[in-house]
Design a protein around this ligand. Structure first.
Ligand code: AKB
Length: 319
């Protein structure tokens, strides 16, 4: 019997992934948790307030709900991490260590932990970045993700913990706002396009970054976790990719639906972070090992987000 604990369920990915996991395993079998209460849709009997820095509290929930799998999503992202690097290190590494220790001690079936394209750095090959190459992250977030990957592989090799991971590109969804990432502009731009018809971008026009629509990210995560253990050949984290685009290209895509939309550029400290990350990713190992494929290109994503967001915003306005 699968019993899942999602840590960081109220975040941008956590919200949509938790709802998808509840569809898959049944609501009563997926316990959402976060440091504080969040969206109404998650708040039922299967929600717990949890500070992932407290190992005893994680153990308490594992015992209380007979948990067999943990999805540990809580983390400080790239831009926010630079404002308080010590805290980002403590939270990202401390909570991961807690989860891996609990998995080892209580012999959990599987753990999911997200890595990121932030593991790459200025000396990484930027185009079609391979799975294995120079990795010299220069943000605290990227450093914790790279160290976390090593830590996950270590727990697999030394203790047999079945921990699985993906190096997410920028994730783009509209149902929950992202918090503190460098790729967040690609979410905000859709809100501003509908509400103000204009957007000032904190990255320059030609900054290409790997990105992915949220539905694809949820699918990738569930596919990886459902894959037969014998097909999982990488126990650090898999490169995963869908689309790559620049601010100029996403703006062109939006103009197909909102012709009077205007974009302007005012790069800030996040430009340096973006410049140190790949333009595009080679994810052939994920495609070959466990059959990954993506479903959304830029225009399909734009169409779906603008439609969904329009409905969501007009509902809010009418309330
Ligand atoms: C960020 O921008 O920090 C995240 C990421 C790419 O991991 N979205």
């Amino acid at each position: 019997m699968t019993k899942v604990l999602v840590i960081g369920a109220c975040g941008q990915l956590g919200f949509e992934l938790t709802l998808a996991l509840r569809k898959l395993h049944g609501s009563e079998n997926v316990i959402a948790s976060d440091i504080r209460k969040g969206q109404e849709e998650l708040m039922n009997d299967s929600f717990e307030v949890l500070d992932a820095m407290n190992k005893m509290d994680i153990i308490h929930l594992v015992k209380k709900h007979n948990i067999t799998q943990i999805y540990h999503l809580a983390a400080v992202l790239s831009a926010k991490g630079e404002k308080n690097p010590g805290f980002a290190w403590d939270l990202n590494m401390g909570s991961l260590s807690n989860v891996l220790e609990v998995a080892k001690e209580y012999q959990l079936d599987k753990i999911y932990w997200p890595s990121s394209i932030a593991v790459f750095g200025p000396n990484t090959p930027q185009n079609n970045t391979p799975q294995n190459c120079i990795m010299d992250p220069n943000t605290v977030y990227g450093i914790t993700k790279q160290a976390g990957e090593r830590w996950c592989e270590y727990y697999f090799n030394k203790y047999g913990v079945d921990v699985r991971s993906l190096r997410y590109p920028g994730l783009i969804g509209y149902k929950t706002m992202p918090g503190g990432g460098t790729t967040d502009y690609a979410v905000d731009i859709y809100y501003k396009a509908l509400q103000e018809r204009k957007f000032e971008c904190f990255l320059s026009a030609n900054t290409a970054l790997p990105m992915m629509y949220m539905d694809d990210a949820v699918k990738a995560t569930i596919d990886l976790m459902q894959a037969d253990a014998s097909n999982i050949k990488i126990h650090s984290s898999y490169n995963i990719s869908a689309i790559s685009f620049t601010p100029e290209q996403i703006s062109t895509s939006i103009k197909k639906y909102i012709p009077d939309f205007e974009i302007s550029y005012k790069p800030d400290f996040r430009q340096n972070i973006a410049d140190s990350w790949p333009n595009s990713i080679d994810d052939s190992k994920a495609r070959n090992d466990w059959g990954w494929y993506h479903q959304y290109d830029l225009d399909k994503m734009t169409e779906e987000i603008l439609k969904g967001l329009k409905e969501m915003l007009s509902i809010e306005e009418n309330q």
